[in-house]
Design a protein. Structure first.
Length: 263
């Protein structure tokens, strides 16, 4: 028979042990904007919700497709054809019923970035604590980075996970210190053109696996890009960890490869 003094377990029981209550209070009060509910974004959002973030703005225009099942946290046979933001919202509330979710279903373009951020800031009461860029379009990534720089928003941007097989090659760095990643190469060049002085990214230094397009009939479809089941989820989890540490202030010290803190 349980001891009457035993404290009932809650969703935060294990989190509080490692994070502490003040950190969890910060996370519960925080608003995170996640752009993209695909392989990286959906797994990032799930980890943020499980990690105690209390307020979400999520963006994705697409519906769940069969090809998403290999990597997206929201993709099951039962969710095919449903809007990604709707499935994502349901998952967040299943994890934390008290969380708030603002859903957006549009594309971010260079010409509408300012209007988009003005709109979501108004919806969020003027406060966004962190922005996660988990979209694929380079022009949009650049416009988001420029907006964040000009308005002092904290931003972490995901680089390419396609045709990669080694998560141990993933690391956080400034965009100008990235190596080998094809998307990062383009981003570095375009950031210089636009005056973007710094951009914190998650990228891989792994050489991309060489593949052949499956269908060359459609020149707009990147059919040579494949995704491993584990790469986008690991990227999303890593970004969630970065955001949780930065918002909470817990675990922000630099760490050596052997796990020891620096300084």
């Amino acid at each position: 028979m349980p001891d009457s003094t035993t404290v009932a377990e809650t969703r935060d029981t294990k989190l509080e042990i490692i994070m502490g209550r003040p950190a969890l209070d910060k996370l519960a009060a925080a608003t995170v904007l996640v752009l993209g509910c695909g392989g990286v974004g959906s797994n990032c959002i799930e980890a943020l919700a499980r990690g105690g973030v209390g307020h979400f703005i999520i963006l994705d225009k697409d519906i769940v497709a069969p090809s998403n099942i290999n990597r997206q946290a929201i993709a099951f046979h039962s969710t095919i054809g449903q809007r990604k933001v709707d499935v994502m919202e349901a998952m967040i509330h299943d994890i934390n019923p008290a969380a708030t979710v603002i859903k957006r279903t549009e594309y971010i373009l260079s010409e509408n970035t300012d209007d988009f951020f003005n709109s979501v800031l108004e919806q969020a009461g003027g406060k966004i604590d962190y922005v996660v860029d988990a979209i694929d379009t380079i022009s949009a990534k650049l416009s988001i980075a420029l907006y964040a720089q000009e308005h002092g928003l904290r931003l972490v941007s995901s680089m390419g996970g396609g045709n990669k097989l080694h998560p141990e090659c993933l690391h956080f760095s400034d965009i100008f210190k990235t190596v080998r990643d094809p998307m990062s190469r383009i981003m570095r060049k375009e950031c210089k053109k636009r005056g973007i002085k710094s951009l914190w990214v998650l990228s891989s230094c792994e050489e991309s696996v060489r593949t052949r397009p499956r269908d060359t009939a459609d020149i707009h479809e990147r059919s040579e890009l494949g995704t491993a089941s584990f790469m986008p989820p690991i990227m999303g989890q890593m970004i969630a960890g970065e955001v949780i540490r930065r918002i909470s202030g817990v675990g922000c010290e630099q760490v050596r490869p052997d796990g020891a803190a620096i300084g």
